[in-house]
Design a protein around this ligand. Sequence first.
Ligand code: MN
Length: 187
Amino acid sequence: MFKLMELPFKEDALEPYISAETISYHYGKHHKGYVDKANELIAGTEFQDLTLEEVIEETYNHPDQQTLYNNAGQVYNHNIYWESIGVGGRLNDDVKKKIESDLGGMEALKKELIDKAATFFGSGWVWLAENKDGKLEVLTTKNGDTPLVLGFTPIFNMDVWEHAYYLDYQNRKKDYAEVFVSQLLKL
Ligand code: MN
């Protein structure tokens, strides 16, 4: 069984950038909903004793397990999202060096994150992740997809589903992305 992770901050801690109302729905309804649905789907199946990551790997590219794959992926992605807020201080020296060498530095990284979020079509995620060769990349995934199944190790992400920002920013996705990168990631 999967557990809804504890939110690492109070629901109103991100105001005025993200409202308590958004967090209340995003964490308490959307994230919790993915956990509940994934648990319902694994109960009594061969998946029930696997880790979240194992369930994602095992259901990837299995059309008959698409609903479980999507919900497990969304649990995993949201776990990383809440931990991503304030991540700057937790980036280790190796990652900081690679941001310089692989991505052209912190300002270039921020710009790429904002550009990729602002132009992303549909529901999905923007990630900083390390590829199979140990290089950092900014990439996007759609819906509940995660870089895990593509051989990446995620470092942090930004949720660009409308439910992440619509109550506060409506159609201004770029404004949300700018605030997320400049105020919440604290890179
Ligand atoms: Mn979300």
